[in-house]
Design a protein around this ligand. Structure first.
Ligand SMILES: [Zn+2]
Length: 132
């Protein structure tokens, strides 16, 4: 049986391969193995990555790594806000979901509220830091 972690690792691999193919196409030598770059954490390599990856890819990679990390910490599938278990069905559709539906909706409502009430001169200060 395939676990979510397997699925995430596969997604990561696919993404890395896609990036590697593109970077090989754009750089003549292609000597650098993108897989090595992605596995490396040195600052120099991170800079290289910054040049190669698009924002979308960076975000996706970060999401995947984050989810894998949460699986290893045994916090995967738990809402980061209230701590309840996120339903499996939800995780199937949204494998990177960090919040249960209730908390997600609450966050979205708050965001909407903040957007729809742009009172001049008054800026809403979010309560606590909301990390994406
Ligand atoms: Zn929650």
């Amino acid at each position: 049986m395939k676990t979510i972690k397997d699925m995430l690792l596969k997604k990561r691999e696919d993404l890395v391969r896609e990036i590697a193919r593109r970077s090989k196409a754009s750089t003549e030598s292609g000597a650098q193995d993108i897989g090595d770059i992605l596995d490396s954490v040195s600052e120099e390599r991170t800079r290289e990555l910054d040049m190669i990856l698009t924002d979308r890819e960076k975000r996706k990679l970060a999401q995947i790594d984050d989810a894998i990390e949460r699986i290893e910490d045994n916090t995967y599938g738990l809402c980061e806000d209230c701590g309840v278990k996120i339903p499996k069905a939800r995780l199937k559709v949204l494998p990177f979901a960090k919040y249960c539906i209730e908390c997600q909706e609450k966050t979205e409502r708050e965001e909407k509220y903040t957007r729809e009430e742009p009172e001049e001169g008054i800026r809403k200060v979010p309560v606590g830091e909301v990390e994406e």
